[in-house]
Design a protein around this ligand. Structure first.
Ligand code: AMP
Ligand code: MG
Length: 426
């Protein structure tokens, strides 16, 4: 039996980041959630031209240095400079231009007097306050100079990176593409959702659930298939899917029964191992490759599949995506006692109490209990040595749904607030 940590390390070590690709920045939406494989340098200065930070009047500061409320300085207005004005304009000393935020400063001007400090005139303007040179002026290149690194390699691209990325003039960037994941459910008892369910049959819920988890985590799902309980059926399905996938996830067929197709197909392969992991749920696991593509064989019980996805597939897929494998957790105190099997790390389905700082178990902890799974808000991680989880004890907890947890590198705000014991932000 392997410890949970040993097997998780083994799984993570079995994959490496996908090769980088050059992608056009003009189509930026598909880049969000990807990691940059190289630093991005700016081709241009930002701002690209010296411009006004305010709606007001472009002036020579020296012309208004005596202006005050009691003795405003009057200047003729040469005209308007709206944002987007592409003319090259000149300021004659002793005059001004009415200028809008973001519009190019005329040559010769060295300050902008905001409109609120004037009478707002269009022919002549009364300026009621002196301003030092440089006031309300954004200088060309003060933000970014040509050649500056604007995004480091390894940046997880998010909306806040879009402005500098698009403004920096890089037509293409190098990114690690999204991991492509294929999902295969094994089991002769399975029927697809929507089909009649006969005696002895069950709806294939793992396939759609694993596909949904993968998508929620930002991975690409290339297929969600079913395969019957023969070695030939699973071998054929996996071989066909291996080509277009970076990772194949199967469910079922790895435990101790007489008709475990994953074991029948691959137990003798040099490229596969089937192990027992000291965890609950999720004890039987398989790990290998088919045609060079990594295959993670998860146990078939839906709760086991979910836990295995979060603890093994998601960290490995994050590595494929060029990210750290860490599954962030938060801390919570136990509000109601429960038991955990000796020698196995338990992932208990729990709900948070009102203020979100304490957890209590929900439903039966059997790995087939679907109602309890749906009602759970988090998985509480019970160390292998613990058999009685006592009230008041602090546990690491993985909140569900996993999107916030697995997509970002940092814990969710609300989860953060929880562990820090601060007020809730809701
Ligand atoms: P197995 O690991 O194949 O022995 O399956 C364990 C249990 O999970 C059995 O009760 C299966 O019927 C159930 N199971 C396996 N695969 C699925 C699936 N794709 N959807 C729903 N239940 C499943
Ligand atoms: Mg089965």
């Amino acid at each position: 039996m392997l410890t949970f940590e040993e097997y998780q390390q083994r799984v993570i070590a079995s994959v490496r980041a996908r090769p980088a690709q050059q992608r056009p920045t003009a189509d930026v939406t598909p880049l969000l959630g990807l990691v940059t494989a190289a630093p991005v340098h700016s081709a241009v200065a930002l701002p690209g031209f010296t411009n006004s930070a305010m709606d007001g009047y472009a002036v020579l500061a020296a012309d208004v240095q005596r202006a005050s409320e009691d003795a405003p300085v009057q200047l003729p207005v040469a005209g308007d400079i709206p944002a987007g004005d592409t003319r090259s304009l000149q300021l004659s000393p002793g005059s001004c231009w009415r200028i809008m935020t973001g519009a190019p400063l005329p040559d010769g001007a060295d300050a902008v007097v905001q409109v609120e400090l004037t009478d707002g005139g269009t022919e002549q303007v009364q300026i009621r306050r002196a301003v030092p040179a440089g006031t309300a002026v954004r200088h060309r290149g003060e933000d970014v100079r040509p050649g500056d690194e604007v995004l480091a390699a390894g940046t997880l691209l998010q909306p806040q990176h879009v402005p500098v990325l698009l403004s920096a003039g890089a037509a293409e960037i190098s990114v690690i593409p999204r991991p492509r994941i294929a999902v295969v459910s094994t089991g002769d008892e399975l029927v697809s959702a929507g089909e009649p369910v006969g005696h002895g049959q069950v709806v294939d819920s793992n396939g759609p659930m694993l596909g949904a988890l993968a998508r929620e985590c930002g991975f690409e799902v290339t297929a969600v298939r079913r395969a019957g309980d023969t070695a030939e059926a699973v071998r054929a399905a996996l071989t066909e899917l291996a080509d277009g996938a970076d990772l194949i996830v199967t469910s079922g067929g790895v435990s101790a029964g007489a008709f475990e197709p994953m074991k029948l197909a691959f137990a003798d392969s040099d490229h596969f191992e089937f192990v027992k992991v000291a965890m609950q749920p999720g004890k039987p696991q398989g790990l290998g490759t088919v045609a060079g593509t990594p295959v993670f064989a998860l146990p078939g019980n839906p709760v086991s599949s979910l836990v295995s996805f979060l603890m093994f597939v998601a960290p490995a897929a994050r590595v494929l995506a060029g990210r750290d494998p860490e599954v962030p957790t938060v801390e919570a105190a136990v509000a109601e006692r429960w038991t955990s099997p000796p020698g196995r790390q338990q992932f208990a389905r729990v709900v948070f109490d009102e203020d979100g700082r304490m957890v209590r178990p929900i439903g039966g902890q059997g790995s087939h209990v679907l109602g309890g799974l749906a009602g759970s808000q988090a998985l509480a991680v019970v160390p292998a040595a613990t058999t009685e989880v006592e009230v008041g004890e602090t546990l690491r907890v993985i909140p569900l749904p996993p999107r916030e947890v697995l997509r970002s590198s940092a814990p969710m705000l609300r989860a953060d607030a929880r562990s820090a014991g601060t007020a809730r932000h809701e």
